[in-house]
Design a protein. Structure first.
Length: 592
């Protein structure tokens, strides 16, 4: 349903608007296209000469006093025209392919860059598979349009006009008979255009849904198998797959009706030529060679028309994909950089929330008038029940979302006045669900930052106790990381994430449930790492295990989006309020 809403939102562009934007990508390669057009005009010229030469050859053979030298001369010109025409066509194809790939590269780069800088809320509200389809399948659909359709449409139109001109020169009366078929060609082509556009939109929409379903369910296959949901998920996939198949069938049906219709019109035109042309030959108004040449022109007249239909088919597919691509690129991030950003010269790590109100959905407040202050290099922990707003506070500091009321300050500067990229460069995040990229341990720690040396990476790993297990691996830091790091344990991934954070030297560190679901031995290593990291900079921790935050400078207790307690571990225990009850429950559970 969500995908359908997104699709409808993107279907409000006219063909003119789409073509204008697509041609904008072709503008830097104008010289290549001009050269292609010149080669194409030459190719069309040589192609138009061939039927005429065939007719002249037949008339020469038919003459009583036929001269062999003249016939050989005509045949030589004919062969030369074919060779040169094919060479020009080859050069034109190579130039187009190279240019088309460059344009597609730029489009794919633009849409990926656009998604990279989009806000988190936007990315989380779209199925990952749907976005992948835009960057890969939809951009690839545009490739054929740039490499063949744009120029070929011009070539085929030129060919049709050239053939009409040649036929008028050969016999204008016979040409007028042929023109009686043209209104039918225009009518059926218009109807084809109307129906094929809708069919192509449906195909792209259903293909996107199938890809989104696959991306989600292949990632969650472990859960599907644990709960024996294979059959149910098969039914769901089969339903989406069937819709995609039916939309393809409809597209094929439309084209399957159009193409035979064009062939029928071609046969009618051929019969007209043979009937009326034969009568003119009998009457002595037309030679046999001219009639055969005319018939060749008729065949070539319908070839570009058929190709125009096929190219229009591709064009419709490209337009449907373009609507979806530009639909994404027209949705701009809501979290914007300031016009005149403030650059912090030396970040100390001071953080202050001033009367902050925040809601993901308007009116449903997650944080209500939250205020607190964190001194540089202090370690602060947030505790509270699920949904209290702990993780939200951490997300707001990095400007994943913007608040509705209040202020968030870093070193006394409102974070909305700092460039997002600069703000996030000061902050290192270590989350419960550690994400690792396919590659090596080395590339996951450095994130391909060439300014980080191997010595700095190893030093960071030793500092957070990650070097111990990495050094025991056969390939060490060059060990391959499979998708999402599933060849490492949760604790190992967590230690690698600590090293990744430390090596980038953040001034503020964020830990969100970083010690959850970790075995006791690894937890001891992580706790030791945390104690060391507390000396590096300001640290904000969200933890359910209260035993892990006993030594922090201050604990902030949240309930339903409000701060209800603040103080050190011992101070809060003495108060015997909410924190005391939480600690008591966990202690009793541990004893049990």
């Amino acid at each position: 349903m969500q995908e359908e809403i997104l699709d409808r939102r993107n279907y409000d562009m006219t063909d003119k608007e789409i073509m204008k934007r697509l041609l904008a990508y072709a503008r830097p390669y104008l010289k290549s296209f001009i050269l292609t057009f010149v080669l194409m005009i030459a190719t069309v010229g040589f192609a138009l000469v061939e039927p005429y030469l065939i007719g002249v050859s037949i008339d020469t053979i038919d003459q009583p006093n036929m001269e062999m030298s003249r016939l050989l001369g005509i045949l030589s010109i004919f062969i030369l025209a074919i060779i040169i025409g094919n060479l020009f066509n080859y050069a034109q194809t190579i130039i187009l392919q190279v240019t088309g790939q460059s344009i597609i590269y730029n489009i794919r780069k633009d849409i990926f860059t656009h998604l990279e800088f989009h806000d988190i809320n936007y990315l989380q509200s779209r199925p990952a598979g749907s976005l992948v389809t835009r960057v890969t399948n939809d951009t690839n659909t545009l490739n054929e349009m740039y490499t063949s359709v744009i120029v070929s449409v011009f070539k085929n139109v030129l060919m049709v006009l050239g053939i009409l001109g040649a036929m008028f020169l050969l016999d204008w009366v016979l040409t007028l008979y042929i023109l009686g078929v043209v209104p039918f060609i225009i009518f059926f082509s218009f109807m084809f255009r109307r129906f094929s556009r809708k069919a192509y939109r449906k195909v792209r929409s259903n293909l996107s849904r199938v890809n989104a379903f696959l991306a989600e369910h292949l990632s969650g296959m472990k859960i599907i198998q644990i709960f024996n949901q294979e059959q149910q998920k098969f039914y769901e996939f089969d339903e989406k797959n069937t819709k995609l198949k039916k939309s393809y069938y409809k597209q094929i049906l439309i084209f399957g009706i159009y193409r035979p219709t064009m062939y029928m019109l071609f046969m009618i035109a051929t019969l007209i030529v043979l009937y009326f042309g034969g009568m003119r030959v009998v009457a002595g108004l037309l030679t046999i060679g001219t009639l055969i040449g005319f018939q060749n022109y008729i065949t070539r007249f319908f070839q570009p028309i058929q190709q125009l239909a096929e190219q229009f088919n591709v064009l419709q597919s490209a337009f449907a994909s373009s609507e979806r691509i530009f639909g994404i690129m027209d949705e701009h991030p809501k979290i914007l950089d300031p016009e005149e950003p403030i650059k912090l010269p030396d970040v100390q790590g001071e953080i202050e929330f001033k009367n902050v109100w925040f809601a993901y959905i308007e009116g449903e407040w997650i944080l209500k008038d939250v205020s607190f202050h964190v001194n540089p290099k202090e370690t602060i922990a947030f505790v509270g029940a699920t949904g209290a707003g702990k993780t939200t506070i951490l997300s707001l500091i990095t400007r994943n979302y913007d608040i509705q009321k209040g202020q968030i300050l870093v070193d006394g500067v409102d974070i909305t006045k700092i460039r997002k990229q600069d703000l996030r460069s000061y902050i290192g995040q270590m989350l419960q669900d550690v994400f690792m990229f396919t590659g090596t341990i080395d590339s996951n720690i450095k994130l391909r930052d060439k300014s980080i040396t191997d010595e700095e990476m190893v030093q960071a790993c030793k500092y957070v106790n990650a070097h111990q297990f990495i050094d025991k691996l056969d390939d060490g830091y060059n060990t391959r990381v499979r998708e999402r790091g599933n060849n490492f344990s949760s604790g190992q991934r967590q230690l690698i994430s600590f090293a990744r954070t430390i090596v980038h030297e953040p001034k503020i560190m964020i830990l969100d449930e970083a010690t959850s679901n970790i075995d006791t031995e690894t937890e001891q290593l992580i706790q030791d790492s945390l104690k060391k990291m507390m000396n590096i900079g300001t640290m904000l921790i969200v933890a359910h295990r209260l035993s892990t935050i006993q030594h922090v400078d201050k604990i902030i207790v949240l309930s339903k989006g409000e701060i209800i307690e603040e103080g050190s571990h011992q101070e809060l225990l003495k108060n015997k309020k909410h924190y005391y009850q939480l600690y008591k429950l966990q202690y009793q559970h541990k004893e049990a």
